[in-house]
Design a binder for this molecule. Structure first.
Ligand code: FEO
Length: 425
């Protein structure tokens, strides 16, 4: 099934010349690849020139050059397009440019600095392209579409107009290695397509929707991504699936102008739970904010990450145990890397026995994830007293007011943090 094929024709004069990596089991550390992956690269022949679309990982360059040589001579190559500069697609680029020095390289504007960092020379000649630009190969026209942040800032797609083939880079790709190459021939890769979207594209779903607006009107016969099967059977269905995946996951009954605040907590002796309740009570005093309260102790398998993706703010309560927040809190926080949380509001609170580091640690992590933390968290030694519960209510109220815009947007200064630390000590 994974016997390496020769260059494979997609349409007259257009070939797959990529590489197979069937033994890969982990991609970029974070992705499992149950049967490996492919680094797809393509060759488009026009009457006046030959274009190479993307290259492969450096370790697989020999395979790529061997297939390229089956369909083109290096001196025929007039055009090289890099849709995305991550090393799994740019690894063989320096050697390709050495072998075809006359070729012009086309990249997106945001790829320029990355290119210099990868190739380590200022002498490289290239052209920057954006949506609306094209290259005429003679009877074959390459049109460029800027699709930034799918999943790097530099990403773009390239269409061969006459053949309706979209070279889509990582978009619509997946890590699935099958030498039969085409979606109507390979094994069942649906899980891999979904898994790839969830881990690679999901944090950028607003950009996915923007890209779909650009790509949906195209008359596509084939989508040729940079990983996994080439989608020649029902290519539009993959656009539709992306549209479903990028759409809000849940219908939220909150009025369209209302805001949503999620209060999560975990509690050993009920003290942090009392504080969570007080945070929620305080937030509820602000009209048009919907408050939800969740105990992380019962979080196994619950789709909190989906809820957070839709929410406007989160408050997290944790006791401090052995100088740290507890594992369910870290599990929740680590799951947020899969979604866009930038500019949501965040806050922390919790009870502690003798130190209470968890609050600062959670706040630091929230800031690291690019949430705004507009209100300093509340700590309470063991059982919260009425004054501490009142501070929790005030925390909830202020968070809610920040959500509705009834409190001025602010950033806590370091001196303010230090003076609050002293007051809390
Ligand atoms: Fe397949 Fe983002 O590289």
């Amino acid at each position: 099934m994974n016997a390496a094929p020769n260059a494979v024709e997609l349409a007259p004069g257009t070939h797959w010349i990529g590489a197979l990596d069937p033994s890969l089991r982990e991609f970029d550390i974070i992705l499992k690849t149950a049967n490996g992956t492919t680094y797809n690269s393509y060759c488009v022949r026009g009457d006046d020139g030959v274009a190479i679309i993307d290259t492969v990982k450096a370790s697989h360059a020999d395979e790529f050059f061997s297939r390229l040589e089956q369909v083109a001579r290096y001196e025929e190559i007039s055009t090289i397009v890099l849709n995305h500069l991550e090393p799994d697609h740019s690894g063989a680029l320096p050697e390709l440019m050495r072998r075809a020095p006359q070729a012009r390289l086309y990249i997106s504007a945001k790829a320029q600095l990355m290119l210099k960092a990868l190739v380590k020379t200022d002498e490289l000649q290239f052209s920057v392209v954006e949506t609306g630009d094209s290259v005429d190969l003679g009877g074959r026209t390459l049109h460029f579409f800027s699709t930034p942040f799918l999943h790097w800032p530099d990403t773009q797609c390239t269409l061969v107009e006459e053949q309706g083939i979209l070279f889509s880079g990582d978009v619509f790709g997946c890590h699935f290695c099958d030498a039969r190459l085409f979606n109507d021939k390979v094994g069942d890769f649906r899980f891999s397509f979904e898994y790839y979207y969830q881990h690679i594209m999901r944090p950028f779903r607003e950009h996915v929707l923007e890209a779909l607006e650009l790509l949906e009107p195209l008359q596509l016969k084939t989508i040729a991504p940079a990983h996994g099967p080439i989608l020649r059977e029902a290519p539009q269905s993959y656009l539709q699936r992306y549209k479903q995946l990028a759409a809000p996951l849940l219908h939220n009954e909150v009025g369209t102008n209302d805001k949503s605040l999620l209060v999560f907590y975990i509690s050993s002796y009920g003290n942090t739970a009392l504080m969570a309740q007080a945070v929620a009570e305080g937030a509820e005093t602000e009209a048009s904010v919907r408050i939800s309260l969740y105990d992380l102790q019962a979080s196994g398998g619950l789709p909190f990450v989906d809820l957070i993706e839709e929410a406007d703010g989160i408050a997290i309560g944790s006791p401090t145990i052995n100088g740290d927040a507890v594992k369910p809190v870290w599990d929740l926080l680590s799951s947020l890397a899969a979604i866009k949380v930038r500019d949501k509001l965040g806050a922390a609170f919790g009870s502690y026995g003798w130190s209470g580091e968890a609050i600062n640690m959670i706040e630091d992590r929230l800031r690291g994830l690019k949430l705004r933390v507009p209100v300093k968290g509340v700590r309470a030694k063991l059982i919260p007293n009425e004054e501490e519960l009142q501070r929790c209510r005030e925390l909830g109220k202020q968070l809610a007011q920040h959500l509705t815009g009834n409190l001025e947007r602010r950033v806590i200064s370091m001196s303010e943090l230090l003076s609050q630390e002293q007051a809390n000590a």
